[in-house]
Design a protein around this ligand. Structure first.
Ligand code: AMP
Ligand code: MG
Length: 345
């Protein structure tokens, strides 16, 4: 079952992956409006639910082991859908195992350190999923588009030449390689929005009072740097998609489709790690057996010695299968359909 799901997700996710070493021209190579023809919006909710459930299941297993951690980096232009994606895709995971960190304009204290310092402070531990809402990639995006931000970073003058961007790409790749070698899987997602869809989403923020807070005049100003950002993103994707930390370009004009893509990439990462609950050794089994005996002896008069055992036995008899909820059945059918469509392609 796991292998089957992994194969399915791998196929779904493959077209989004930026081949390490390839030269990306964002406008030419990736369509923000793409939505796989085999998924209809109506089915989207069910598929996302299945992805969310799978993530929840695997995150619990990840949390139970102590070798691997996962770092998710989310990048997008304003109104790209980062917040909503996190809200929806992570909705099925235990908040205790996930930490979301949002990165804004760096503080005075942060500027007094090297440019990776503040990101290093927010890295996940083993067993955890860390989500970066914006990430160290801002250091080659917004900072590249607005070189005056570099002036605030207090760098030695001799390091401020043209080669600074090539050097930052290398430093970031090296840092991520180090993290990967030490047990941290890195997933990098770029929500790729079209200029027209950004205009529409900005207008929505202007028109709807409950969305006003999300809009700032600065966002509109940034929009005038659209082409510079596209160029900066293209160079970033070309230089920092690596075997140990590849980039995925997620078509973001259709929110529902973007969310499915993100949940698929994350689920595939966790399936790849394939975390397991720690094995129970003979001593522990002995411990458990003794505990059961003690607890069973405490059963009050008339109560089953171990009511849960009774439940368990019943579910083994296939009662659990009959209890599959409507929702679960819908999800299972959805996954089956998606699988068939993928095979047919
Ligand atoms: P938001 O994500 O909408 O809350 O906005 C955060 C703002 O912080 C964006 O305008 C980013 O461009 C800006 N920002 C994030 N990281 C950096 C950085 N390293 N240097 C300068 N500005 C940044
Ligand atoms: Mg904003």
């Amino acid at each position: 079952m796991v292998d089957e799901r992994a194969a399915l997700l791998a196929k779904f996710v493959a077209p989004l992956r930026v081949e390490p070493g390839s030269k990306v021209n964002l406008a030419k190579d990736f369509d923000p409006g793409y939505k796989a023809s085999f998924v209809k919006k109506k089915e989207g909710a069910g598929i996302l639910q299945a992805g969310v459930a799978l993530l929840g299941e695997y995150q619990a297993r990840l949390a139970a082991q102590d070798t691997w951690g996962v770092l998710v980096c989310l990048q997008a232009l304003d109104a790209g859908g980062k917040d909503g994606t996190i809200r929806h895709v992570m909705s099925g995971v235990n908040p205790q195992g996930v930490r979301v960190s949002s990165f804004k304009v760096p503080s005075a204290e942060e500027l007094d350190h090297d440019y990776l310092w503040r990101y290093a402070q927010r890295l996940p531990g083993r067993g955890e999923i860390g989500v970066f809402n914006r990430s160290h990639y801002e250091e080659v995006l917004v900072v590249r588009v607005h070189p005056e931000l570099l002036d605030r970073q207090k760098l030695p003058p001799s390091t401020r030449g043209k080669s600074i961007w090539a050097r930052r790409y290398r430093e970031i790749n090296d840092w991520e390689h180090f993290l990967a070698d030490n047990g941290f899987k890195i997933v990098k997602l770029f929500l790729n929005l079209s200029k027209e869809e950004q205009r529409v989403r900005f207008l929505k923020r202007v028109d709807l009072p409950q969305k006003n807070w999300k809009f700032s005049a600065a966002d509109a100003r940034e929009r005038s740097y659209w082409d510079d950002y596209q160029a900066a993103f293209s160079k970033m994707l070309s230089n920092t998609s690596t075997e140990w930390a590849p980039w995925y370009v997620v078509p973001a004009d259709h929110k529902w489709f973007a969310r499915i893509c993100v949940s698929a990439v994350l689920a595939q990462t966790l399936l790849d790690i394939d975390p397991h609950y720690p094995a129970v050794d003979a001593a522990k089994r002995q411990d458990l057996a003794e505990t059961r005996t003690l607890l069973e002896a405490e059963a009050p008069k008339g109560a089953a010695p171990d009511p849960f055992q009774v439940e368990l036995a019943a579910s083994h008899d296939g009662v659990a299968k009959a209890k599959e909820s409507k929702q679960q059945r819908k999800q299972r059918k959805m996954m089956k359909k998606l699988r068939q469509e993928l095979v047919r392609r």
